[in-house]
Design a protein around this ligand. Structure first.
Ligand code: WA2
Length: 268
């Protein structure tokens, strides 16, 4: 190919990739900020009211009406922190028992639990499940509450849909903490966790498909937290050797690194 054409192709690929990375990041961060705002909803209407003014019906209505603010998420939920000595009274008050993820069996005794008590309708399958019984969810909960910041998991297959995605967790604290609060103080003050799932397999697919020229290029999103072992979050596993353009992505959890890689699709 002549050098001019190669250069122009490269420029087109770069523009298309940067546009996609920018759109994805923008919608991702907007969704994340809205989940952060939901922690204030729980604090104000569940924790600071006696009795709570936030029941399942109210939470379901509010999260459905605001779902347009979280375009890349399949839903949100609130899981309450329950210590083992409180378990029996908690289960009696709720009228159900704490169950394990995956098996749906009774959760055996643990030091503490994170049963889902409020869900957006789309995540109703999480109700009464101990989110600490899932490896990715549990790690995310521990990291979110020690830091006071939003935490993201690596990519994994989500419950029920089995779509590839990542989970976001924010902690709800019983009292306002200063930015200098220690990890121990944060853990002590933890009331529960607001979070949900970014469904990359279907919602990111929807977003990218709408853009002009989407048939011409192949887009991948990787979790590159471990540089020597990039994890596919989105897009096909291919082995072609076409030139790649890499666009950086900033999803708002400093512990996780992501990037987008784009290349032209050559029909076979
Ligand atoms: N949300 C949706 N699908 C999932 C999932 C999840 N976690 N875990 C596995 N599949 C309520 O951290 C608290 C959401 C977890 C928040």
């Amino acid at each position: 190919m002549n050098a001019d054409i190669v250069k122009r192709r490269r420029g087109t690929l770069s523009n298309m990739c940067e546009e996609r990375a920018w759109m994805l990041q923008d919608q991702f961060v907007a969704s994340m900020n809205h989940v952060r705002a939901l922690t204030a909803l729980v604090t104000t209407f569940a924790l600071e009211k006696q009795p709570s003014a936030l029941d399942q019906t109210t939470f379901a209505a509010y999260t459905a009406r605001t779902s347009f603010e979280r375009p890349l998420m399949s839903g949100v939920a609130y899981a309450q922190r329950v210590l083992h000595p409180e378990r029996e009274a908690f289960e009696k008050a709720q009228g159900w028992i704490i169950k394990r993820m995956h098996s749906n069996d009774v959760q055996p005794a643990r030091g503490e639990y994170a049963p889902t008590v409020l869900t957006q309708e789309t995540l109703s399958h999480l109700a009464s499940l101990d989110m600490m019984s899932g490896e990715e969810d549990c790690e995310n909960i521990l990291r979110a509450r020690a830091s006071g910041k939003g935490a993201l998991t690596g990519p994994f297959r989500l419950l029920e849909s089995n779509h590839l995605g990542v989970v976001l967790t924010f902690t709800v604290y019983k009292r306002d903490l200063s930015s200098e609060a220690t990890e121990e103080e944060r853990i002590q003050a933890t009331a529960g966790y607001v979070g949900g799932a970014f469904d990359f397999e279907s919602l990111v697919e929807n977003l990218l498909r709408q853009l002009a020229g989407s048939q011409a290029i192949i887009v991948n999103v990787y979790d590159i937290t471990n540089k020597s072992r990039p994890l596919v979050m989105y897009g096909p596993n291919t082995t072609d050797t076409n030139e790649i353009h890499v666009s950086s992505l900033e999803f708002g959890d400093p512990v996780r690194k992501h990037e987008m890689r784009c290349r032209f699709y050559d029909p076979p």
